[in-house]
Design a binder for this molecule. Structure first.
Ligand code: URA
Length: 436
């Protein structure tokens, strides 16, 4: 059997791995025969020398094979899934999943917690008092059969080799590599069992793919690897040059998702949900075209059926349904500090990374994987890029968590905003739809 040292050496010299080598590396890692520093060395070699399409497909397969794939085939109907590459203020899943369920799709979605600058859907969902986001596969299956929708945290035996490698990538500057991201994302989606998968790839300052070209390359690779493994991936590339919506935090993001489900949400979040939802429903055969699907999704917001699915999911997972209609029953911050605009003119830019850092400093994000978050903390924007602004009016509210400070956060928020004395056009949100 080829040794781990030889596998690292092959990649260091820029050679192409065989399928056996990739599987051997993952097996050695899972069985504790490859030390973390050896995997880290291989990751760096793979980033610098590259992985081709075959190697990426094999790595994806090896990740799937390292755990137990979920089998939701008994649910029946069109099982769809979505995955986002992470962004700031990204509560798309909370709004989109109930919209899709209201239009007849079945969604058993596994999500993660926040790390780095990105917020996690599970942290947001758990801001709803009492809600259980740790369902077993059987509980998910039963809930999806009953109401069409379940959101739960990722189980440890779903592509565990990705989990191990991801933890090492996070600390070895090897996260933003297209083949490694592709294998990570596609393996988890394959292991989670859906047949149609929508990828929400962000491009910009607040995303792993900083440029549109990187996002396009990632979308193409995910689609091609997915196709080779029998899964249909469709991708929407959207801009992450400013936070999505106005709320960045946990409880406040849930409240914004609920407003969206009632048809009163921010224009950018609503548009992203409609675009992603339309291509997903059409691909799943639940609507004759993306245009028809978009109309159905809009109707689900107008007639209350999408919000109804969110309420049903909350009730099924033990959450306090009253808190959905009364934000005062959601977790509250220790205090709210208002930041007035210090200039008149137009908002020219809002740096999402600085807003994410501010949100973390007031308690909404994690410093390490284990650290707790304050569900009531966050940053609420009152302006988006292109909006006119008068000096003295509210620009941002800092929802400061218990035990957190706000001086550093305020400095980050101040640095995040750029103003212009002349009108600024709002940036485009949807950059491209890549059909599978
Ligand atoms: N999201 C993932 O699941 N994996 C990556 O590698 C990057 C983003």
């Amino acid at each position: 059997m080829i040794s781990v040292i030889d596998i690292i050496d092959q990649k260091r010299r820029g050679r192409t791995h065989t399928r056996e080598e990739i599987f051997a590396l993952c097996e050695a890692m899972m069985q504790g025969r490859a030390a973390d520093y050896q995997i880290a060395a291989w990751l760096m070699a793979a980033c610098l020398r590259g992985l081709n399409m075959d190697e990426t497909v094999w790595l994806t397969e090896a990740f799937v094979a390292s755990g137990r794939a979920l089998d939701f085939s008994g649910i029946g109907g069109a099982l769809v899934d979505k995955h986002a590459t992470g962004g700031v203020g990204d509560k798309t899943t909370l709004a989109l999943a109930p919209m899709l369920a209201a239009c007849g799709a079945k969604i058993a979605k596994l999500s993660g917690r926040g790390l780095g600058f990105t917020g996690g859907t599970i942290d947001k969902l758990e801001a709803i008092p009492g809600l259980n986001a740790s369902l077993t596969a059987d509980e998910m299956r039963a809930q999806v059969q009953r109401i069409g929708l379940a959101l739960s945290c990722q189980t440890e035996d779903l592509a565990p080799a990705d989990g191990k490698m991801y933890a090492l990538r996070d600390v070895t500057a090897t996260v933003d590599d297209i083949p490694l991201i592709t294998a990570s994302v596609v393996s988890k989606k394959i292991a989670a069992g859906a047949s149609v998968i929508a990828l929400d790839i962000k491009a910009g300052r607040g995303a792993f793919a900083e440029t549109r070209e990187e996002a396009q390359a990632l979308a193409k690779m995910c689609r091609d690897v997915g196709e080779r493994l029998g899964k249909s991936f469709i991708t929407v590339i959207s801009s992450m040059d400013q936070p999505l919506g106005y709320a960045v935090g946990n409880a406040i993001e849930v409240t914004e998702a609920i407003q969206t489900l009632k048809g009163q949400g921010p224009a950018d979040l609503t548009e992203l949900c409609l675009t992603l939802g339309a291509v997903t429903l059409a691909k799943a055969g639940l609507a004759p075209s993306a245009e028809a699907a978009r109309e159905r999704l809009q109707a689900s917001l107008a007639d209350g059926s999408a919000y109804g699915k969110f309420v049903a999911m909350t009730a099924a997972q033990g959450g306090d349904v009253d808190a959905l209609s009364d934000p005062a029953l959601m977790p509250q911050p220790a205090r709210v500090n208002m930041l007035p605009a210090w200039e008149s003119g137009y908002v020219a830019a809002i740096d999402p990374l600085l807003i994410a850092e501010a949100a973390k400093l007031v308690g909404a994000g994690r410093q390490t994987k284990e650290s707790p978050i304050d569900p009531g903390a966050g940053v609420m924007l009152f302006k988006k890029v292109g909006d006119p602004v008068e000096a003295g009016e509210t620009l941002v509210e800092l929802h400061v968590g218990h035990g957190a400070g706000d001086a550093d956060a305020l400095a980050r928020v101040r640095a995040a905003f750029t103003f212009s004395s002349t009108p600024v056009s709002p940036p485009p949100l949807i950059l491209e739809v890549v059909q599978g």
